[in-house]
Design a protein around this ligand. Structure first.
Ligand SMILES: [Zn+2]
Length: 51
């Protein structure tokens, strides 16, 4: 199956992103997780009541 991010024909796994189902290869999934983690951190910091 093809990765929906890089279109590589590879072994993909299912990921739920913002309510959408994506099939990503391992490198893309790891990248995606890193991006999501970074976004979560920024989002949490932005909403911090300490500011
Ligand atoms: Zn990929």
């Amino acid at each position: 199956m093809n990765c929906e991010r890089c279109s590589e024909d590879a072994s993909v796994s299912h990921h739920d992103v913002d309510g959408f189902a994506y099939y990503l290869c391992v490198p893309c999934a790891e990248e995606w997780d890193a991006v999501r983690d970074a976004t979560t951190v920024i989002d949490a910091a932005g909403r911090s009541p300490a500011r």
